[in-house]
Design a binder for this molecule. Structure first.
Ligand SMILES: *Cc1c(COP(=O)(O)O)cnc(C)c1O
Length: 453
């Protein structure tokens, strides 16, 4: 037994030998030598561990390369089937772009463009020339700016209001809004980075207008109002809205987060913050807007100009692919076709019976094949996700797969190509229909076939 093991260990090829092999060389051509070598080394270490543990895996040089190749393609950015029911799933890429946005991205990517060129005048223009009028029109503001993401926009807005004038600049924030959004984006840290001193007012559960009034002094530059997004305080609470803060005479910077241009659940509308008098309103491009990752700022021209002039603006600027997708997305809103054209909005707003229809179609396709599974359709709860209220529930339907070990089935479905990501709940795999896109049904059936075949 032990001799078999040591023989097997000895028979493992060396990393160099695998890389010299024709298949190894091809792998290096495709993925780069360093990545390919490291993947091969990883596969060999894994095989060594399995042999030492008493397993008897088949080992050939081409087999090692095949495993390394699978490992490397699994690492590249690729399609995943989202069967979680979380529409704006940050880990799965948040928004899905409209056809028009994709076409605009392809054109901007494969051709030269008027990115920073005024074609009529034959001279330099601004990369924001097209997005700004769309944004000001849609939100009823004087000016707008687009940067890399919402966190960047908040940082830049704070840095810009702080940058004007000397002294020890302060920004007032309610203690109920000193939040962490996720991924380490914490309001107190962003404020520190901007150079402003944080002036906390109120308590975690209650902040009154008088708290703000008492905190204002000659160093106060702005009031930051943050949508609590991903958490909720219930019970004995009190907070102050933008409409009450605006008359205090200081610029109110409203980070509304998800950026709904049209009503969705209880989400604050961008237009409401603007109407309530926010000097700057900030929101994400890839949450409820349904566009590309971007941080969008709309508001008073003097402050937006200050942001544009700030050195950080260049560091945070939006790239041409983002701007192409954003312009196409905003055009859908302007033409009043957003709810039909933007897949993210469609998924969020589809009536329950549509989700049920998709679930029943998928269940039927799965039952047609003899997988030996227990397949049924059950009501489920989908979520908007993406930093918007995670407590916000959208009624949905899911296909449930039972009669097998759920965790193992879910794992195998994730190892499929494309991977299918569902939920394990009550001993079954739940595939929520709300987040399935056209073409996903075949991928799910193939994943189940691969897992059980
Ligand atoms: C999501 C969110 C952010 C961060 O947005 P990104 O576009 O991911 O940077 C900032 N503020 C609020 C209130 C949010 O909800």
């Amino acid at each position: 037994m032990e001799t078999g093991k040591s023989e097997r260990l000895r028979s493992l090829p060396a990393v160099d030998a695998v890389m010299r092999d024709q298949a190894g060389a091809a792998l290096a051509d495709r993925h780069g030598r360093a990545a390919a070598t490291s993947a091969v080394r990883g596969v060999l270490e894994d095989l060594r561990a399995r042999i030492s543990a008493g397993e008897e895996p088949a080992v050939t040089e081409s087999g090692v390369v095949a495993l390394a190749s699978k490992l490397l393609s699994g690492r590249s950015l690729r399609r995943v089937v989202n069967a979680t029911g979380v529409v704006l799933h940050t880990n799965l890429g948040r928004s899905v772009l409209s056809e028009a946005a994709v076409a605009a991205v392809v054109e901007a990517a494969t051709r030269y463009s008027n990115l920073e060129y005024d074609v009529a005048l034959g001279k330099r223009g601004s990369r924001y020339d097209r997005a700004v009028p769309l944004l000001t029109e849609l939100t009823g503001t004087e000016d707008a700016l687009v940067v890399n993401n919402c966190a960047g926009a908040t940082l830049l807005a704070l840095a810009a209001v702080v940058g004007e004038g000397g002294g020890e600049p302060e920004v007032i924030v309610s203690r109920g809004q000193l939040i962490e959004i996720g991924g380490g984006f914490r309001i107190p840290e962003v404020l520190a980075l901007s150079g402003a001193r944080l002036r906390e007012v109120g308590t975690t559960n209650r902040t009154r207008l008088s708290d703000y009034e008492e905190a204002i002094n000659e160093n106060t530059r702005a009031i930051l109002w943050v949508h609590p997004s991903n958490f909720e305080i219930q019970g004995f609470t009190e907070s102050v809205g933008v409409a009450e803060l605006a008359p205090l005479g200081l610029p109110v910077i409203a980070d509304v987060g998800s950026g709904a241009l049209i009503p969705f659940g209880d989400e604050p509308l961008v237009g409401d913050a603007v109407k309530d008098g926010a000097a700057l309103t900030i929101f994400s491009g890839d949450k409820l807007l349904g566009g590309p990752q971007a941080g969008i700022v709309v508001g008073d021209s003097s402050l937006v100009s200050a942001m544009r002039r700030h050195p950080l603006a260049r560091a945070l600027r939006a790239d041409k692919l983002c701007l192409a997708a954003l312009e196409a997305t905003l055009t859908s809103y302007l033409e009043d076709t957003a709810t039909q054209e933007l897949p993210t909005l469609r998924m969020l707003r589809a009536p329950e019976y549509e989700a049920r229809g998709v679930a029943e179609g998928l269940a039927l396709a799965l039952s047609r094949e003899d997988f030996g599974l227990e397949v049924d359709v059950a009501p489920s709860v989908a979520r908007s996700g993406g930093g918007t209220l995670p407590l916000y529930e959208i009624p949905s339907f899911a296909v449930r797969l039972g009669g097998v070990e759920a965790k193992t089935l879910a794992e195998k479905m994730r190892a499929s190509d494309p991977p299918v990501v569902g939920r394990v709940h009550e001993g079954r795999v739940w595939l929520d229909a709300r987040t399935l896109l056209p073409g996903d049904e075949e991928a799910v059936v193939a994943a189940v076939r691969g897992a059980l075949g």
